[in-house]
Design a protein around this ligand. Structure first.
Ligand SMILES: [Zn+2]
Length: 338
C-alpha cells in the first residue's frame, strides 16, 4: 500500500466530502491541494443512511488514492442545513431527512479521525477561493446558484459566517413586492427569481438540465424562454451587485448547478452589469463586470473546500491551478442540483 501522508512541502493528504440532496461526492486532495481522486455515491436518506454513505465515500476514495483512512491528515464534510461547525452538529437539513444529527462526532467514532463539518455553500466558497488563488483575491464572494440562491464569503482568506451563521443569505432579500411567496415566508425573494427552483417554476420541463434547455430555447428565439432567461440573468447580476456593494469583495465567483452553463451565463451577466454601468457612473466606478468569475465545469468546489477546512489553512498550498484529472464512479454532476 502506498502511503503519501505528507510530501516534501509538509502538505497533507486530506479528504473532503460534499453531501448533497441526491449525491455525495468525496475527493482526496494531494500535497498541492488539488483534487486527485474523486468518487460519487447516491446519498442515503435519513441519519443512519447518510452516515453510512459518508463512511463508504471516505473509505472508497481512500482506496482509490492507495492509502488507508488513518493516513488522512483530516476529513472535512460540507452539508446543507444549519451547521454548528464547532460541534459538528447539523440541524434542519430537510432534503436529507435530517432534523438534528451529531454528524462530526458520529463520523469521528466510525472513522477514527476528527471530522470538520461545514455548511455546503461555505465549503464551496472556500474551495472556490482556493481555486482562484490568493494572488488574485484577498476577499471573495461565492454565489451559489443551485436549487436555491445563497452566497459564502471569504474575507482576508477566512470564511466569514456572521454572528449567527446567516452571512451571505442574500437569496432571501426581497426584490419584488409582487413576486411569488418564498418558502421562507416573504414575498419576491431574490431566490424566487434566480435559482434552479425559479427556473423550474417559470420553465417547467422534464429535461435533465432545465437551464440548458432554457438557454437553447432562448437561442432559438422562443419568446417565453427569452423572457425567463433574461429575468434569471438580470437577477444574477443583481446578486453580484448586492455582494459587491455590501462587502466590496475583490471578486465574485458564480457556482452551483446553474453555473454549468459556463461562459454563456457569465457573458450575459457581465453584459447586464456593463449596461447598468453605462447608466450609472457610480456603478461604472466599481468595475462589477470585471470582478465576476465562474467555477469551471466539474470543479468539485464544496468537496475541495471541505477538505481544506478540515485542517488549518496552509498558505504554501494556495494559488494552485484547479486540476480534476480524476477517476469517477458516476456520471457528470446534475446541472440542476445545488
Ligand atoms: Zn425567501
Amino acid at each position: 500500500m502506498q502511503v503519501r501522508q505528507h510530501d516534501e512541502k509538509g502538505c497533507a493528504v486530506r479528504a473532503g466530502v460534499d453531501i448533497g440532496g441526491t449525491k455525495t461526492l468525496a475527493v482526496v486532495i494531494d500535497s498541492d491541494c488539488r483534487p486527485v481522486q474523486q468518487l460519487r455515491l447516491p446519498t442515503g436518506f435519513g441519519s443512519e443512511a447518510l452516515l453510512a454513505t459518508a463512511v463508504e465515500a471516505v473509505s472508497r476514495v481512500a482506496t482509490l488514492a492507495g492509502i488507508s483512512i488513518e493516513d488522512f491528515e483530516s476529513i472535512g464534510i460540507g452539508i446543507p442545513g444549519t451547521v454548528d461547525n464547532a460541534s459538528g452538529r447539523v440541524t434542519h437539513a430537510v432534503n436529507l431527512g435530517i432534523d438534528d444529527l451529531d454528524l462530526g462526532p458520529r463520523l469521528h467514532d466510525r472513522l477514527g479521525l476528527v471530522v470538520h463539518v461545514e455548511n455546503d455553500v461555505n465549503a464551496a466558497a472556500f474551495g472556490a477561493f482556493h481555486m482562484v488563488g490568493t494572488r488574485e483575491a484577498g476577499s471573495m464572494a461565492y454565489l451559489n446558484l443551485g436549487t436555491g440562491l445563497a452566497a459564502g464569503l471569504v474575507l482576508n482568506g477566512e470564511l466569514w459566517r456572521g454572528s449567527r451563521g446567516a452571512a451571505g443569505e442574500i437569496g432571501h432579500i426581497p426584490v419584488d413586492p409582487n413576486g411569488p411567496v418564498c418558502p421562507c415566508g416573504q414575498r419576491g425573494c431574490l431566490e424566487t427569481m434566480a435559482s434552479g427552483s425559479a427556473v423550474a417554476r417559470q420553465w417547467p420541463t422534464a429535461h435533465p438540465s432545465p437551464v440548458q434547455e432554457l438557454f437553447e430555447a432562448a437561442q432559438g428565439g422562443n419568446a417565453l424562454a427569452l423572457d425567463v432567461k433574461q429575468r434569471l440573468v438580470e437577477n444574477v447580476a443583481s446578486a453580484v451587485r448586492a455582494l459587491v456593494l455590501t462587502v466590496d469583495v475583490d471578486i465574485v465567483v458564480i457556482g452551483g448547478g446553474i453555473s454549468s452553463l459556463g461562459e454563456p451565463l457569465l457573458g450575459e451577466v457581465r453584459a447586464v452589469l456593463d449596461s447598468r454601468a453605462a447608466m450609472s457612473p457610480f456603478l461604472a466606478s466599481l468595475d462589477l463586470a470585471d470582478r465576476v468569475r465562474i467555477v469551471p465545469a466539474g470543479f468539485p468546489a464544496a468537496a475541495v473546500g471541505a477538505a481544506l477546512l478540515g485542517t488549518a489553512w496552509i498558505p504554501a498550498c494556495t494559488g494552485a491551478a484547479p486540476q480534476t484529472t480524476v477517476s469517477s464512479a458516476s456520471p457528470a454532476p446534475n446541472p440542476t442540483g445545488t
